[in-house]
Ligand binder design. Structure first.
Ligand SMILES: Nc1ncnc2c1ncn2[C@@H]1O[C@H](COP(=O)(O)OP(=O)(O)OP(=O)(O)O)[C@@H](O)[C@H]1O
Length: 270
């Protein structure tokens, strides 16, 4: 069980640094060396006027791994992804992608540097077909070999079956698969996923998370998964980072976090 006292004091103590344990602490999980970091977030802070939405957040996303960022409403999860991808300018800290400092890079350059951000809300273009929506994801690359589209379809057979349908006919789960597939066509090193489970039935969430896991395992992608649905996210992730009031409370191996009853009750709601 985790150190409940440490969680409590970190949550309530002003300015307390996040607690890093296990895999994230020493770079070693259960005797196995962790994969190299694709994305490093160092001391990141962001604010909306007087609202300090992120405070000194440090975490990393590794090659071939899923890092889940968890926390209640307003914890700062969406702001974290928006700041990493350049949509919100940080007030302090750094974002390093593949060894390059991209903190001040223009948002449109992030995609070409290997970062794909799938925001909350499944923004498909309803009037276009599934296939046309996928092509939008590769527009900036010029001509893309058809095998790449077929490869995306092999990951998401449900949308392959619907490739000529307009996107407005898709279910919520299918739209989620489509926006992830579209992001893949940018050939990212790191994929930022914001609340993919929102509003979906548990069975569909499980399917989508299994597909993301398969992608990560076969493509060596790195995923930063923001979720309020902590139970499902921890079941698929390698590492979990818990945010509270814009600060990292704890970073640890996902299975250990899922088994930590005090932490679950205090921050994760299950
Ligand atoms: N555009 C904005 N203007 C002002 N304050 C904002 C804005 N967006 C978010 N906030 C505030 O910043 C803090 C963090 O919000 P954020 O949306 O990042 O949290 P979250 O963990 O993603 O929550 P949720 O799961 O509800 O989306 C909250 O206090 C929120 O009210």
């Amino acid at each position: 069980m985790a150190d409940a006292g440490a969680h409590g004091s970190t949550a309530s103590g002003a300015g307390a640094a996040g607690l890093t344990r296990g895999a994230a602490a020493g770079g070693v999980a259960g005797g196995t060396a962790t994969a190299p970091a694709v994305l490093q977030v160092e001391g990141l802070s962001a604010a909306y006027g007087p609202v300090r939405a992120l405070q000194d957040v440090t975490l990393q996303a590794e090659h071939g791994r899923i890092t889940a960022v968890l926390g209640a409403n307003g914890a700062g999860k969406t702001t974290l992804l928006r700041t990493i991808s350049g949509l919100v300018r940080p007030t302090a800290g750094r974002v390093v992608l593949g060894g390059e400092d991209v903190t001040r890079a223009p948002v449109e350059a992030m995609v070409t540097k290997g970062m794909a951000h799938v925001p909350e809300g499944r923004g498909v273009i309803a009037e276009l077909t599934v296939d046309e929506n996928l092509r939008v994801g590769s527009l900036f690359r010029g001509k893309v070999p058809s095998e790449e589209f077929e490869r995306v379809y092999t990951f998401f057979p449900r949308i392959a079956e619907r490739r000529n349908q307009t996107a407005h006919t898709l279910s919520g789960g299918e739209r989620q698969m489509l926006v992830i597939g579209r992001a893949l066509l940018a050939r990212p090193k790191v994929l930022l996923l914001d609340e993919p489970s929102l509003g979906l039935a548990p069975r569909i969430v499980a399917q989508i998370f299994a597909m993301v896991r398969h992608l990560v395992d076969t493509e060596g992608l790195s995923v930063l998964l923001v979720e309020q649905n902590a139970r499902s996210a921890l079941s698929v992730a390698d590492t979990g980072v818990v945010l509270n009031l814009g600060r990292v409370v704890v970073t640890d191996d996902a299975a250990r976090l899922a088994g930590d009853e005090d932490l679950r009750h205090a921050y994760l709601g299950f």
